[in-house]
Design a protein around this ligand. Sequence first.
Ligand code: 5GP
Ligand code: MN
Length: 350
Amino acid sequence: MPPTELHPSVDRSRFRTEPPPELLAAIQEARTVLCISHVGPDGDAIGSLTGLGWLLQALGKAPTLALADPVPEDFHFVPGQERIVGPDGVGPVYDLAICVDASSPDRMGPVYRPQVHSRFPLAVIDHHVTNTFFGQIHWVDPSAAATCQMLATLAQALDVPLAGPLAECLLTGLVTDTLGFRTSNTDTRVLATAIQLMEGGADLNQIVNMTLRRRPFAMVRLWSMVLPTVTLEEGVIWVVIRQSQREAAGVPENASPGLAGFLVEVREADISATFTERVRENGQVEVECSFRAKPGFDVSQVAFAFGGGGHPPAAGCTLPGSPDQVVPQVVAALQALRRSQLAQEEQAYP
Ligand code: 5GP
Ligand code: MN
């Protein structure tokens, strides 16, 4: 499959494969550090946040780990996750804030309060191609398969050994963001780092079993309720998940349905989407959109255009309105993207 030109408007000169000196200096000079990852945390968010905590602790710093949402049960095995606090546990004053695995400031949710927290510098460590460079210090490397991969490089730059709980945390993000070393961005760096982390004591078998090979029965019940209406048109396959269906199946609000990754494996589809309806306490309805693409198609462009972000093969956004309002326009955008990427490919390789 020929490569697709991604985000022609992105300023690639700002991307770095090594941590910039100003990041290393800021970490060395700080003592108290507010560490944050993204709402709806996944394995790379939990792994990079707790990994950063162990790394800073090894350097003699005092890290506070914060997340807007609770840690999903599947990640309760990750060492240090019990130290993660919610918005109420975050104080007003630190020497430095570091945000990991988030592409835009809204992804931090209410744990970052700009009114008070903008008085000290914010460093951004992330691997999303859609990163908006929202801090004062940035290390963005979209060639990294996981933010945990970047933290392994950071630990080595700061002479912190990749061993013990740090190794377990970082291997968690490597495994989950590469779907068990299967995504197209799984390169030799990832495999070499995984070997180092395993040599440092990380338990690959446990991580794979806990994160990739387990789901609650309620989730399968939900799949059985929504799959009867699965639709495939013009290479785009999608399902809509109503809040009433999620509640009837007994799936907790913070659980990721994981269906987009399953649907993109359908042979006749190039792009998949799940549209999850959420009715907020104030009655406002919104739709969480989750996209996946086969290699050669870049769904991060559509997610970014709708105010979200992500990676070429996996991206998402949240839009106000009911599924009836949101789904037709987003599906049309995904189909238009697919047509344009097929046409580009045709031009490049007639
Ligand atoms: P998932 O479909 O697993 O929820 O997310 C896939 C990718 O898209 C992840 O890298 C995630 O960070 C990104 N993503 C999902 N939803 C949003 C969103 O609402 N905003 C942004 N900026 N990124 C999102
Ligand atoms: Mn990630």
